[in-house]
Design a protein around this ligand. Sequence first.
Ligand code: ATP
Length: 305
Amino acid sequence: MEKYILETKGLTHHFGKQPILTRLDLRVPPGSIFGFLGPNGAGKTTTLRLILGLLRKQEGTVLFSGRELSGHRVDVLSKVGTLIEQPSLYAHLSGTENLQIYRRIYGASAARVGEVLELVGLAGDAARKKAGRYSLGMKQRLAIAIALLPRPELLILDEPTNGLDPGGIVEMRELLQRLNRDMGVTVLVSSHLLAEVEKLVTHVGIINRGRLVFQGTLEGLKMLQNGPAGWMIETEDPRLGLGLLTPHFNASVSGERGLVLNITTREEAAAANRLLVQAGLPVYQLYQQQNNLETLFMELTHAAV
Ligand SMILES: Nc1ncnc2c1ncn2[C@@H]1O[C@H](COP(=O)(O)OP(=O)(O)OP(=O)(O)O)[C@@H](O)[C@H]1O
């Protein structure tokens, strides 16, 4: 088996003179749920459109299981389900009728309609309802049902939780997990919110201003945040404080009023506090810094200019 179900090599794109993507090497392992993350405007949609040939490629290579799209377009894309732009649904037709139309386009069997409705949780009454009366979450699920008709190996979804309420977000997460676990579908899902996909993904690629700033497993990303969390002291004169603390602790100045201490215990924090207060330096705040994944994501997407 190829190492990657989807790989881009040196994908580079400009709109006019403006560079949008710079040498993007995306690597999606088979069987993964890959979160393609980045702030608004980072270049996620452009990347996905280039991958699918919806936008003319300027530079670089896109490989599906080691094969280029050009020359094998129909063959390759028949194994890929997508939800990139707003799903084009027939509002006046029911869920089932929508699927019946698309199944003819894809050459899927009539029985497949019932299967995909079941898979996305739209069987029964929901299937008989007109798509125009669906909630956004149901529309998204119907669009995924359409994408599932040809039994894709890879599902590519651009911000599928955009605009969904918290319940809809959970449903979407459960659906994608089920498809991955039970059907073996590899999922590539983009999002600008790490928190929204953190519970879903196995792998992460983080893009900022058209460049990949992290790629690897979610575990690998979490390891990055496992450095010493540090304690923050807000005090009147951090430079004076630094002089008082450095003989005893590993400390540095942070901003106009902050001192960061590389310590691990509350006792050390209390001792540092005592040193400052006894020297007449007021301490306004003393707290352990939160070093969570969201903070790391913000750092990665802000620092890489
Ligand atoms: N057709 C276009 N012509 C010119 N510039 C474009 C075009 N499409 C996108 N851009 C620009 O390319 C950059 C990347 O846009 P893209 O839509 O790929 O980002 P994104 O990461 O998907 O963000 P969002 O979550 O906001 O959709 C943005 O600065 C955008 O304004």
